[in-house]
Design a protein around this ligand. Structure first.
Ligand code: BTN
Length: 255
């Protein structure tokens, strides 16, 4: 069960680092669903080498250790499970957030939360450990009570959207409960179990976008979430492309 054990830190470099260490420990190693949460991070990181600003006392920075019985190629959609959980939890608080595939939670075009999924490497390998010891680390940052952001970032917070401070740990509980359910459904039934919920929160649905496909920039419209968790896009000539990684940019004001 996600959230079965929660370890709290005042500060750390990154909760993903702490979760990776915990997952690789020989004794007292992280169980499936173990959570690391920190009040601040000195080296918070996002996808594509970006920095995740982590001021103390304001927001949520946490990482979930998962040990799903899945082959490696089925790991990426776990990021969508986390995004859905965050999106639903803040929607229930009156925040009109949506998911930008694969890992952003946005309000309009401003970032509310992000997910960074990494595989843990087994630093303390022993003859007893095997592939089932491989862990997936799902790091989640949510802007909860920050009111101001660096001007170069288009970011927002739950408090900015609702006009009131939000209890971070109540929100954490809501996210973990929902994530537990989505991960369970995904592991049992595949991406099909996520498609409907994803579509109803899909920020890119029907929009004109630009994405890199095999190193080439392609523009077109987002069609759907494919059965492997990639994003299907139809280019201006009607050819379908599968976007498996990287960034998709929405072309402003074109629907
Ligand atoms: C992104 O949007 O690029 C992903 C951001 C992920 C940030 C979270 S904060 C908790 C965890 N620890 C990190 O260093 N990163 C993730």
């Amino acid at each position: 069960m996600i959230g079965c054990t929660i370890r709290r830190f005042e500060t750390c470099t990154s909760t993903n680092d702490e979760a990776t260490k915990w997952a690789g420990q020989h004794r007292d190693r992280a169980p499936h669903g173990g959570v690391i949460v920190a009040d601040t991070q000195t080296g918070g990181r996002g996808r594509l080498g970006r920095v995740w600003h982590s001021p103390a006392g304001e927001n949520l920075y946490f990482s979930v250790v998962l040990r799903p019985q899945l082959p490696l190629h089925r790991v990426p959609p776990i990021t969508l499970c986390a995004g859905l959980a965050v999106c639903e939890a803040v929607n229930a608080m009156g925040v009109a957030a949506s998911i930008k595939w694969p890992n952003d939670v946005l309000v309009g075009d401003c970032k509310l939360a992000g997910v960074l999924t990494e595989m843990s490497t087994q630093s303390q390998h022993s003859p007893q450990t095997g592939p089932s010891d491989t862990a997936v680390i799902v790091g989640i940052g949510v802007n909860v009570n920050s009111r101001r952001f660096p001007p170069e970032l288009c970011a927002t917070s739950v408090a900015n959207e609702t006009g009131a401070d939000c209890d971070r740990f109540t929100l954490l509980g809501e996210i973990l409960t929902r994530m537990d359910s989505w991960v369970e459904q995904y592991c049992a039934h595949g991406v099909g179990a996520l498609q409907q919920a994803f579509e109803s929160h899909n920020q890119l649905r029907g929009h004109k976008v630009v994405a890199k496909v095999k190193g080439v920039l392609v523009s077109g419209r987002v069609v759907a979430l494919a059965e492997d968790g990639s994003l299907l896009m139809k280019d201006d000539h009607g050819t379908e492309h599968r976007i498996v990684a990287g960034e998709v940019t929405r072309l402003e004001n074109v629907v």
